[in-house]
Design a protein around this ligand. Structure first.
Ligand code: ZN
Length: 274
């Protein structure tokens, strides 16, 4: 079995300081937190940024500043979001211009539209095609985020068109209200649906987090953790930091005798060629 890649998603677009005061929102805070997670065993950082008030932002200057601060500290693989800013008036291009300019190793690719809590998360076929093209041309590896099984096939159609390179990397995000439930049955079905040779990672929102992470460690998948996806460390206990989540996965992996991937390991496992 390959070594375990831990992705940390420290911020996201939804969680506020009211939800959990420990969430890093500003560039310095994010960079410091990512560095601590890197030292603890994370090899990928999935990055969202916020404006000075802590609201979601896709401002490429804030991405630029955050990326530089992280790069000054460590060589963790960067996975920048393309998810947009929850109601911000953005063009399709506004959602990936930072990837073209900053050329991170990876970028998130939300492979379809869905109800997401009380909102609609729009990723039209036209947008996905533009995003896939921009990522392909700039050698940014898509982290294909799958919230429901049909999204796998949206991504496979783009691979058939030559717009997503193989081997593909899937991130199964389960337990979002509007997407597939966070249970073992759904995760297993998704794993069965992806092409041979693909890599995959899983994240469960809320109480499904630990069971799905455990299964992923056991099955040869990879794991994502962080305050983007979970504000509670366990029932009734707020997470102290993103690092706390990373350390728990490192501990679990030790129990399963699965070594943790370094940045170089992750690069090789994911066929990242830069
Ligand atoms: Zn995200």
């Amino acid at each position: 079995m390959e070594k375990l890649i831990i992705t940390v998603a420290p911020t996201g677009a939804v969680t506020t300081k009211e939800n959990n005061p420990n969430i890093p929102l500003q560039p310095e805070e994010i960079a410091n937190e990512v560095y601590e997670c890197y030292k603890a065993g994370a090899s990928i950082a999935h990055i969202h940024v916020r404006d000075e008030y802590g609201n979601p932002s896709m401002d490429k200057e804030i991405f630029k500043k955050t990326v530089k601060l992280i790069r000054d500290r460590c060589d963790i693989l960067l996975n920048l979001t393309s998810s947009g800013g929850r109601g911000l008036p953005l063009t399709d291009e506004d959602r990936f211009i930072h990837m073209i300019e900053l050329k991170p190793e990876m970028g998130s690719f939300d492979a379809g539209s869905m109800n997401f809590g009380e909102r609609v998360f729009v990723n039209s076929p036209q947008f996905l095609e533009k995003l896939a093209k921009a990522m392909y041309e700039n050698n940014v590896k898509p982290e294909i985020e799958v919230f429901d099984t049909g999204m796998i096939y949206n991504a496979l159609r783009l691979a058939d068109k030559g717009l997503i390179k193989k081997p593909m990397h899937f991130q199964f995000v389960l337990g979002v209200r509007g997407g597939a439930p966070g249970d073992v049955k759904h995760l297993l079905h998704m794993i069965e649906c992806i092409p041979e040779g693909s890599t995959w990672s899983a994240v469960g929102i809320g109480k499904s987090h630990l069971p799905l992470a455990t299964l992923a460690i056991h099955m040869g998948g990879h794991v994502r953790v962080g305050l983007e996806d979970n504000v509670m460390y366990k029932k009734g206990v707020l997470a102290e930091s993103n690092v706390q989540f990373v350390k728990r996965i490192v501990h679990l992996a030790e129990m399963f005798d699965r070594p943790i991937a370094s940045v170089e390991d992750a690069r090789r496992i994911l066929s990242i060629t830069k």
